[in-house]
Design a protein around this ligand. Structure first.
Ligand code: NAG
Ligand code: NAG
Ligand code: NAG
Ligand code: NAG
Ligand code: NAG
Length: 401
Protein backbone atom coordinates (compact mmCIF):
# COMPACT_ATOMS: atom_id res chain seq x y z
CA UNK A 1 0.00 0.00 0.00
CA UNK A 2 2.84 2.34 0.97
CA UNK A 3 4.60 1.49 -2.23
CA UNK A 4 1.47 2.28 -4.11
CA UNK A 5 0.99 5.57 -2.33
CA UNK A 6 4.56 6.58 -3.02
CA UNK A 7 4.12 5.78 -6.64
CA UNK A 8 0.79 7.48 -6.75
CA UNK A 9 2.31 10.65 -5.36
CA UNK A 10 5.09 10.51 -7.96
CA UNK A 11 2.72 9.73 -10.81
CA UNK A 12 -0.58 11.42 -10.06
CA UNK A 13 -2.32 9.81 -13.01
CA UNK A 14 -1.87 6.37 -11.43
CA UNK A 15 -4.28 7.13 -8.65
CA UNK A 16 -7.09 6.52 -11.03
CA UNK A 17 -6.07 2.88 -11.26
CA UNK A 18 -6.80 0.23 -8.70
CA UNK A 19 -6.77 -3.55 -8.15
CA UNK A 20 -4.65 -5.97 -10.27
CA UNK A 21 -5.22 -3.76 -13.28
CA UNK A 22 -3.00 -1.19 -11.58
CA UNK A 23 0.05 -3.53 -11.75
CA UNK A 24 -0.54 -4.30 -15.41
CA UNK A 25 -0.75 -0.60 -16.15
CA UNK A 26 2.34 0.10 -14.12
CA UNK A 27 4.29 -2.51 -16.04
CA UNK A 28 3.11 -1.04 -19.33
CA UNK A 29 4.05 2.41 -18.15
CA UNK A 30 7.55 1.34 -17.14
CA UNK A 31 8.09 -0.37 -20.47
CA UNK A 32 6.94 2.75 -22.28
CA UNK A 33 9.26 4.87 -20.13
CA UNK A 34 12.22 2.60 -20.83
CA UNK A 35 11.51 2.80 -24.56
CA UNK A 36 11.27 6.58 -24.44
CA UNK A 37 14.53 6.81 -22.55
CA UNK A 38 16.33 4.62 -25.06
CA UNK A 39 14.95 6.61 -27.95
CA UNK A 40 15.95 9.87 -26.28
CA UNK A 41 19.50 8.73 -25.63
CA UNK A 42 19.81 7.44 -29.20
CA UNK A 43 18.55 10.69 -30.73
CA UNK A 44 20.75 12.88 -28.57
CA UNK A 45 23.77 10.87 -29.68
CA UNK A 46 22.75 11.45 -33.29
CA UNK A 47 22.40 15.17 -32.78
CA UNK A 48 25.87 15.38 -31.28
CA UNK A 49 27.11 14.73 -34.82
CA UNK A 50 25.17 17.69 -36.18
CA UNK A 51 26.66 21.12 -35.96
CA UNK A 52 24.44 24.10 -36.28
CA UNK A 53 25.76 27.00 -38.24
CA UNK A 54 24.24 30.37 -37.91
CA UNK A 55 24.78 32.16 -41.19
CA UNK A 56 24.44 35.89 -41.43
CA UNK A 57 24.25 36.90 -45.04
CA UNK A 58 23.51 40.44 -46.19
CA UNK A 59 21.38 40.99 -43.12
CA UNK A 60 19.52 37.73 -43.65
CA UNK A 61 19.89 35.08 -41.04
CA UNK A 62 19.59 31.47 -41.93
CA UNK A 63 20.13 28.37 -39.92
CA UNK A 64 21.81 25.54 -41.66
CA UNK A 65 22.61 22.21 -40.22
CA UNK A 66 25.15 19.92 -41.67
CA UNK A 67 26.03 16.51 -40.41
CA UNK A 68 29.64 16.55 -39.35
CA UNK A 69 31.60 13.89 -41.07
CA UNK A 70 32.10 10.60 -39.28
CA UNK A 71 35.68 9.97 -38.34
CA UNK A 72 37.57 9.27 -41.55
CA UNK A 73 38.32 5.66 -42.32
CA UNK A 74 41.93 4.64 -41.78
CA UNK A 75 43.99 5.40 -44.89
CA UNK A 76 44.09 2.53 -47.33
CA UNK A 77 47.72 1.58 -47.54
CA UNK A 78 47.33 -0.80 -50.45
CA UNK A 79 45.62 1.62 -52.88
CA UNK A 80 45.56 0.35 -56.47
CA UNK A 81 47.56 2.50 -58.89
CA UNK A 82 45.47 3.99 -61.72
CA UNK A 83 45.52 1.79 -64.82
CA UNK A 84 48.48 2.72 -67.01
CA UNK A 85 47.80 5.46 -69.54
CA UNK A 86 44.50 6.40 -67.90
CA UNK A 87 44.36 9.56 -65.85
CA UNK A 88 41.50 9.63 -63.38
CA UNK A 89 39.53 12.76 -64.31
CA UNK A 90 36.74 14.57 -62.61
CA UNK A 91 33.95 15.25 -65.06
CA UNK A 92 32.44 18.68 -65.23
CA UNK A 93 29.37 19.83 -67.15
CA UNK A 94 31.50 20.70 -70.19
CA UNK A 95 32.73 17.10 -70.41
CA UNK A 96 29.24 15.71 -70.02
CA UNK A 97 27.89 17.95 -72.78
CA UNK A 98 30.66 17.05 -75.21
CA UNK A 99 28.96 15.49 -78.26
CA UNK A 100 30.07 11.93 -79.08
CA UNK A 101 32.61 11.26 -81.83
CA UNK A 102 31.18 12.34 -85.16
CA UNK A 103 31.74 8.81 -86.51
CA UNK A 104 29.87 7.02 -83.71
CA UNK A 105 28.49 3.49 -83.77
CA UNK A 106 24.86 4.28 -82.96
CA UNK A 107 22.27 2.91 -85.36
CA UNK A 108 19.45 5.20 -86.54
CA UNK A 109 17.01 4.10 -83.85
CA UNK A 110 19.56 4.69 -81.09
CA UNK A 111 20.70 7.99 -82.61
CA UNK A 112 17.18 9.44 -82.94
CA UNK A 113 16.32 8.43 -79.38
CA UNK A 114 19.48 9.99 -77.97
CA UNK A 115 19.04 13.15 -80.00
CA UNK A 116 15.41 13.57 -78.90
CA UNK A 117 16.50 14.34 -75.33
CA UNK A 118 16.01 17.92 -74.30
CA UNK A 119 16.63 19.71 -71.01
CA UNK A 120 13.51 20.52 -69.00
CA UNK A 121 15.18 23.55 -67.45
CA UNK A 122 15.21 26.21 -70.16
CA UNK A 123 18.01 28.44 -68.83
CA UNK A 124 21.58 27.30 -69.41
CA UNK A 125 23.88 27.27 -66.34
CA UNK A 126 26.76 28.43 -68.60
CA UNK A 127 27.30 30.92 -71.37
CA UNK A 128 25.97 29.18 -74.48
CA UNK A 129 27.04 30.71 -77.78
CA UNK A 130 24.40 29.54 -80.27
CA UNK A 131 25.75 27.95 -83.45
CA UNK A 132 24.37 27.38 -86.93
CA UNK A 133 24.59 23.74 -88.02
CA UNK A 134 25.31 23.45 -91.76
CA UNK A 135 24.16 20.02 -92.88
CA UNK A 136 25.56 18.96 -96.27
CA UNK A 137 23.54 16.22 -97.99
CA UNK A 138 25.87 15.15 -100.81
CA UNK A 139 26.62 12.34 -103.22
CA UNK A 140 30.38 12.61 -102.92
CA UNK A 141 32.67 15.45 -101.89
CA UNK A 142 31.48 18.97 -101.06
CA UNK A 143 32.48 20.14 -104.52
CA UNK A 144 32.27 23.86 -103.74
CA UNK A 145 34.26 23.42 -100.51
CA UNK A 146 36.84 26.15 -101.39
CA UNK A 147 34.04 28.76 -101.57
CA UNK A 148 32.50 27.58 -98.29
CA UNK A 149 35.97 27.61 -96.66
CA UNK A 150 36.18 31.33 -97.42
CA UNK A 151 32.65 31.81 -96.11
CA UNK A 152 33.42 30.15 -92.75
CA UNK A 153 36.88 31.69 -92.32
CA UNK A 154 37.18 33.68 -89.11
CA UNK A 155 33.90 32.52 -87.57
CA UNK A 156 35.05 29.46 -85.65
CA UNK A 157 32.75 28.67 -82.72
CA UNK A 158 29.64 30.05 -84.43
CA UNK A 159 28.96 27.15 -86.78
CA UNK A 160 29.25 23.37 -87.01
CA UNK A 161 29.39 21.23 -90.13
CA UNK A 162 27.92 17.79 -90.85
CA UNK A 163 28.39 15.93 -94.14
CA UNK A 164 26.22 12.99 -95.22
CA UNK A 165 27.70 11.59 -98.46
CA UNK A 166 26.79 8.39 -100.22
CA UNK A 167 28.36 5.55 -98.16
CA UNK A 168 30.30 4.42 -101.24
CA UNK A 169 32.22 7.71 -101.33
CA UNK A 170 35.65 6.97 -99.94
CA UNK A 171 37.42 10.30 -100.30
CA UNK A 172 38.25 12.56 -97.38
CA UNK A 173 38.83 16.25 -96.92
CA UNK A 174 42.40 17.32 -96.16
CA UNK A 175 43.41 18.20 -92.62
CA UNK A 176 42.96 21.89 -91.99
CA UNK A 177 39.75 22.01 -94.02
CA UNK A 178 36.58 22.93 -92.11
CA UNK A 179 35.08 19.77 -93.64
CA UNK A 180 37.83 17.50 -92.31
CA UNK A 181 36.42 14.81 -90.00
CA UNK A 182 32.86 16.13 -90.32
CA UNK A 183 31.43 13.12 -92.12
CA UNK A 184 28.63 11.35 -90.23
CA UNK A 185 27.64 7.68 -90.56
CA UNK A 186 25.55 7.65 -93.75
CA UNK A 187 23.28 5.40 -95.77
CA UNK A 188 22.33 5.21 -99.42
CA UNK A 189 20.01 7.93 -100.75
CA UNK A 190 18.05 7.95 -104.02
CA UNK A 191 16.56 11.04 -105.63
CA UNK A 192 12.90 11.37 -104.69
CA UNK A 193 12.98 8.34 -102.36
CA UNK A 194 11.84 8.49 -98.74
CA UNK A 195 15.37 7.48 -97.71
CA UNK A 196 16.26 11.10 -98.55
CA UNK A 197 14.19 12.15 -95.50
CA UNK A 198 15.84 9.44 -93.43
CA UNK A 199 19.17 11.06 -94.32
CA UNK A 200 17.84 14.52 -93.40
CA UNK A 201 16.63 13.23 -90.03
CA UNK A 202 20.03 11.54 -89.55
CA UNK A 203 21.74 14.88 -90.20
CA UNK A 204 19.38 16.71 -87.83
CA UNK A 205 19.85 14.11 -85.09
CA UNK A 206 23.64 14.22 -85.32
CA UNK A 207 23.57 18.01 -85.19
CA UNK A 208 21.18 17.99 -82.21
CA UNK A 209 23.75 16.04 -80.17
CA UNK A 210 25.67 19.33 -79.93
CA UNK A 211 23.74 21.38 -77.40
CA UNK A 212 25.13 24.61 -78.91
CA UNK A 213 23.48 24.15 -82.28
CA UNK A 214 20.47 26.44 -82.47
CA UNK A 215 19.64 26.79 -86.18
CA UNK A 216 19.85 23.96 -88.72
CA UNK A 217 20.38 24.53 -92.45
CA UNK A 218 20.16 21.78 -95.06
CA UNK A 219 22.39 22.36 -98.09
CA UNK A 220 23.70 20.24 -100.95
CA UNK A 221 27.00 20.20 -102.79
CA UNK A 222 25.35 22.45 -105.40
CA UNK A 223 24.40 25.19 -102.91
CA UNK A 224 26.27 28.43 -102.33
CA UNK A 225 25.89 31.16 -99.71
CA UNK A 226 24.61 34.52 -101.00
CA UNK A 227 25.81 36.67 -98.08
CA UNK A 228 28.76 36.67 -95.74
CA UNK A 229 28.73 34.67 -92.55
CA UNK A 230 27.82 37.49 -90.17
CA UNK A 231 24.77 38.48 -92.22
CA UNK A 232 23.60 34.86 -92.46
CA UNK A 233 24.23 34.29 -88.75
CA UNK A 234 22.34 37.40 -87.62
CA UNK A 235 19.46 36.77 -89.99
CA UNK A 236 18.98 33.25 -88.63
CA UNK A 237 19.58 33.99 -84.96
CA UNK A 238 17.23 36.96 -85.14
CA UNK A 239 14.50 34.98 -86.79
CA UNK A 240 11.48 34.08 -84.71
CA UNK A 241 10.35 31.54 -87.32
CA UNK A 242 11.80 28.52 -89.08
CA UNK A 243 11.97 28.40 -92.87
CA UNK A 244 10.20 25.32 -94.19
CA UNK A 245 8.46 26.10 -97.45
CA UNK A 246 4.75 25.22 -97.44
CA UNK A 247 2.19 25.60 -100.21
CA UNK A 248 -0.89 23.85 -101.50
CA UNK A 249 -0.77 22.93 -105.17
CA UNK A 250 -3.51 21.37 -107.26
CA UNK A 251 -2.72 19.05 -110.16
CA UNK A 252 -0.50 16.02 -110.73
CA UNK A 253 2.69 17.45 -109.17
CA UNK A 254 0.87 18.69 -106.07
CA UNK A 255 -2.18 17.04 -104.55
CA UNK A 256 -1.89 14.43 -107.31
CA UNK A 257 1.00 12.84 -105.38
CA UNK A 258 -1.14 12.21 -102.31
CA UNK A 259 -1.89 8.60 -101.39
CA UNK A 260 -5.35 7.75 -100.02
CA UNK A 261 -3.73 5.09 -97.85
CA UNK A 262 -2.57 7.91 -95.56
CA UNK A 263 -6.17 8.51 -94.49
CA UNK A 264 -7.43 9.26 -91.90
CA UNK A 265 -4.12 10.46 -90.41
CA UNK A 266 -3.41 12.76 -93.36
CA UNK A 267 -6.31 13.97 -95.47
CA UNK A 268 -5.97 15.39 -98.97
CA UNK A 269 -6.71 18.88 -97.57
CA UNK A 270 -3.64 18.46 -95.35
CA UNK A 271 -1.30 17.59 -98.23
CA UNK A 272 1.36 20.25 -98.82
CA UNK A 273 4.38 20.81 -101.05
CA UNK A 274 7.62 22.74 -100.59
CA UNK A 275 11.32 22.88 -101.31
CA UNK A 276 13.47 20.19 -99.77
CA UNK A 277 16.00 22.81 -98.68
CA UNK A 278 14.93 23.95 -95.22
CA UNK A 279 16.20 25.97 -92.29
CA UNK A 280 14.78 25.35 -88.82
CA UNK A 281 15.35 26.13 -85.18
CA UNK A 282 16.20 23.64 -82.47
CA UNK A 283 12.63 23.19 -81.22
CA UNK A 284 11.33 22.26 -84.64
CA UNK A 285 14.34 20.02 -85.35
CA UNK A 286 13.53 18.10 -82.15
CA UNK A 287 9.94 17.66 -83.27
CA UNK A 288 10.99 16.43 -86.71
CA UNK A 289 13.36 13.74 -85.46
CA UNK A 290 10.85 12.65 -82.79
CA UNK A 291 7.93 12.22 -85.19
CA UNK A 292 6.80 8.59 -84.84
CA UNK A 293 3.34 9.18 -86.32
CA UNK A 294 3.48 11.00 -89.64
CA UNK A 295 6.88 9.89 -90.85
CA UNK A 296 6.04 6.15 -90.74
CA UNK A 297 2.98 6.91 -92.92
CA UNK A 298 5.33 8.44 -95.50
CA UNK A 299 7.72 5.48 -95.21
CA UNK A 300 4.84 3.11 -95.94
CA UNK A 301 2.73 4.97 -98.46
CA UNK A 302 4.89 7.67 -100.11
CA UNK A 303 6.44 5.60 -102.88
CA UNK A 304 7.14 5.96 -106.57
CA UNK A 305 6.06 9.33 -107.90
CA UNK A 306 5.22 10.64 -104.42
CA UNK A 307 8.54 12.44 -103.73
CA UNK A 308 8.64 12.51 -99.93
CA UNK A 309 11.40 15.13 -99.98
CA UNK A 310 8.94 17.68 -101.36
CA UNK A 311 5.98 16.67 -99.18
CA UNK A 312 6.87 15.18 -95.82
CA UNK A 313 8.19 18.31 -94.06
CA UNK A 314 5.69 20.74 -95.66
CA UNK A 315 2.76 18.46 -94.72
CA UNK A 316 3.97 17.50 -91.24
CA UNK A 317 5.17 20.98 -90.23
CA UNK A 318 2.03 22.65 -91.58
CA UNK A 319 -0.29 20.23 -89.78
CA UNK A 320 1.44 20.27 -86.40
CA UNK A 321 3.55 23.45 -86.25
CA UNK A 322 2.14 25.69 -88.97
CA UNK A 323 2.67 28.84 -86.90
CA UNK A 324 6.39 28.11 -86.49
CA UNK A 325 7.35 28.41 -90.14
CA UNK A 326 7.55 31.41 -92.45
CA UNK A 327 6.33 28.97 -95.14
CA UNK A 328 9.14 30.12 -97.45
CA UNK A 329 12.55 28.67 -98.25
CA UNK A 330 15.81 30.56 -97.81
CA UNK A 331 17.40 28.72 -100.76
CA UNK A 332 16.98 30.35 -104.15
CA UNK A 333 16.34 28.16 -107.18
CA UNK A 334 15.41 29.09 -110.76
CA UNK A 335 12.46 27.00 -111.98
CA UNK A 336 11.73 29.24 -114.98
CA UNK A 337 12.71 26.65 -117.57
CA UNK A 338 10.20 24.11 -116.22
CA UNK A 339 10.76 20.40 -115.63
CA UNK A 340 11.62 18.43 -112.51
CA UNK A 341 14.97 20.14 -111.85
CA UNK A 342 15.82 23.82 -111.44
CA UNK A 343 18.35 25.58 -113.65
CA UNK A 344 22.02 24.69 -113.23
CA UNK A 345 24.41 27.61 -113.56
CA UNK A 346 27.40 26.60 -115.63
CA UNK A 347 30.57 28.61 -116.23
CA UNK A 348 29.60 31.76 -118.12
CA UNK A 349 26.16 31.87 -116.57
CA UNK A 350 27.90 32.53 -113.27
CA UNK A 351 28.17 36.30 -113.20
CA UNK A 352 28.17 39.07 -110.64
CA UNK A 353 24.78 40.20 -112.03
CA UNK A 354 23.31 36.74 -111.43
CA UNK A 355 24.45 36.75 -107.81
CA UNK A 356 23.24 40.31 -107.24
CA UNK A 357 19.84 39.35 -108.63
CA UNK A 358 19.63 36.34 -106.31
CA UNK A 359 20.71 38.42 -103.32
CA UNK A 360 18.17 41.17 -103.77
CA UNK A 361 15.10 38.98 -104.28
CA UNK A 362 11.74 40.60 -103.79
CA UNK A 363 9.79 41.50 -100.68
CA UNK A 364 9.73 39.07 -97.80
CA UNK A 365 8.48 39.20 -94.27
CA UNK A 366 11.26 38.57 -91.78
CA UNK A 367 10.39 38.62 -88.12
CA UNK A 368 7.09 40.33 -88.76
CA UNK A 369 8.43 43.21 -90.84
CA UNK A 370 9.25 43.68 -94.53
CA UNK A 371 12.75 42.70 -95.56
CA UNK A 372 14.36 42.76 -99.00
CA UNK A 373 16.54 39.75 -98.19
CA UNK A 374 14.53 36.67 -99.08
CA UNK A 375 17.28 34.14 -99.80
CA UNK A 376 20.53 33.43 -97.99
CA UNK A 377 21.57 30.48 -100.20
CA UNK A 378 21.18 29.49 -103.85
CA UNK A 379 21.40 26.46 -106.13
CA UNK A 380 22.27 24.76 -108.43
CA UNK A 381 25.96 25.33 -108.98
CA UNK A 382 27.84 22.37 -110.49
CA UNK A 383 31.54 21.81 -109.69
CA UNK A 384 32.49 23.57 -112.96
CA UNK A 385 31.22 26.88 -111.56
CA UNK A 386 33.72 26.85 -108.69
CA UNK A 387 36.55 28.72 -110.45
CA UNK A 388 34.41 31.70 -111.34
CA UNK A 389 32.62 31.74 -107.99
CA UNK A 390 35.86 31.79 -106.01
CA UNK A 391 37.16 34.58 -108.24
CA UNK A 392 34.47 37.20 -107.56
CA UNK A 393 31.95 35.93 -105.02
CA UNK A 394 33.99 36.54 -101.84
CA UNK A 395 34.47 40.21 -102.79
CA UNK A 396 30.90 40.71 -103.95
CA UNK A 397 29.54 39.18 -100.74
CA UNK A 398 32.01 40.97 -98.44
CA UNK A 399 33.49 37.80 -97.01
CA UNK A 400 35.92 38.20 -94.14
CA UNK A 401 39.15 38.56 -96.13
C1 NAG B 1 38.00 4.51 -103.56
O1 NAG B 1 37.09 3.86 -104.44
C2 NAG B 1 37.60 3.70 -105.76
C3 NAG B 1 36.53 3.03 -106.62
O2 NAG B 1 35.26 3.27 -106.19
C4 NAG B 1 38.88 2.89 -105.74
O3 NAG B 1 39.42 2.80 -107.08
C5 NAG B 1 39.90 3.56 -104.84
O4 NAG B 1 41.03 2.76 -104.72
C6 NAG B 1 39.30 3.77 -103.44
N1 NAG B 1 40.24 4.53 -102.64
C7 NAG B 1 40.52 4.23 -101.38
C8 NAG B 1 41.50 5.13 -100.70
O5 NAG B 1 40.02 3.29 -100.80
C1 NAG C 1 19.89 40.76 -84.35
O1 NAG C 1 19.40 42.01 -84.83
C2 NAG C 1 19.88 43.11 -84.12
C3 NAG C 1 19.23 44.34 -84.70
O2 NAG C 1 18.83 44.17 -86.02
C4 NAG C 1 21.41 43.16 -84.21
O3 NAG C 1 21.92 44.22 -83.45
C5 NAG C 1 21.99 41.83 -83.67
O4 NAG C 1 23.37 41.82 -83.78
C6 NAG C 1 21.38 40.69 -84.44
N1 NAG C 1 21.99 39.40 -84.15
C7 NAG C 1 21.77 38.62 -83.11
C8 NAG C 1 22.52 37.35 -83.08
O5 NAG C 1 21.00 38.87 -82.21
C1 NAG D 1 16.41 42.40 -92.85
O1 NAG D 1 16.79 41.51 -91.78
C2 NAG D 1 18.13 41.65 -91.37
C3 NAG D 1 18.43 40.56 -90.37
O2 NAG D 1 17.58 40.59 -89.28
C4 NAG D 1 18.35 43.05 -90.81
O3 NAG D 1 19.67 43.20 -90.43
C5 NAG D 1 17.98 44.07 -91.89
O4 NAG D 1 18.07 45.36 -91.36
C6 NAG D 1 16.58 43.83 -92.42
N1 NAG D 1 16.33 44.70 -93.56
C7 NAG D 1 15.25 45.46 -93.68
C8 NAG D 1 15.13 46.26 -94.91
O5 NAG D 1 14.41 45.49 -92.79
C1 NAG E 1 13.34 39.58 -84.31
O1 NAG E 1 12.61 39.17 -83.17
C2 NAG E 1 13.40 38.90 -82.04
C3 NAG E 1 12.52 38.38 -80.96
O2 NAG E 1 11.31 39.04 -80.92
C4 NAG E 1 14.18 40.14 -81.63
O3 NAG E 1 15.01 39.84 -80.56
C5 NAG E 1 15.01 40.62 -82.82
O4 NAG E 1 15.68 41.81 -82.52
C6 NAG E 1 14.15 40.83 -84.04
N1 NAG E 1 15.01 41.15 -85.18
C7 NAG E 1 14.69 42.00 -86.13
C8 NAG E 1 15.71 42.20 -87.20
O5 NAG E 1 13.63 42.59 -86.15
C1 NAG F 1 29.40 41.36 -94.22
O1 NAG F 1 28.80 42.13 -95.23
C2 NAG F 1 28.33 43.40 -94.84
C3 NAG F 1 27.74 44.10 -96.05
O2 NAG F 1 27.14 43.23 -96.91
C4 NAG F 1 29.45 44.21 -94.24
O3 NAG F 1 28.94 45.44 -93.77
C5 NAG F 1 30.12 43.46 -93.11
O4 NAG F 1 31.23 44.15 -92.64
C6 NAG F 1 30.54 42.08 -93.59
N1 NAG F 1 31.04 41.33 -92.46
C7 NAG F 1 32.30 40.93 -92.35
C8 NAG F 1 32.63 40.15 -91.12
O5 NAG F 1 33.11 41.13 -93.19
Amino acid sequence: MMKDQKLTSGFPSLKFFNGPLQYVNLLAFLLFFAFGLTAGVFLSLQFKNVTFNLLVNDGQISLSSSPSRPSPPPPVTTALPPPPGKVMKHKGLADLLEPPDIMHDMNDEELLWKASMTPKIQEFPFKRVPKVAFMFLTRGPVSLAPLWEKFFKGHKGLYSIYVHPNPSYNGSEPEGSVFHGRRIPSKEVQWGNVNMIEAERRLLANALLDVSNQRFVLVSEACIPLFNFSIVYNYLMNSTLSHVEVYDQAGPVGRGRYSRQMQPLIKIEDWRKGSQWFEMDRDLALEVISDKTYFPAFQHYCKGSCYADEHYLPTFVNMKFGKKTSKRTLTHADWSKGGPHPMSFYRDRVTAELLEKMRSGSNCVHNGSKNDTCHLFARKFPPQSLDRLVRFAPKLMHFNQ
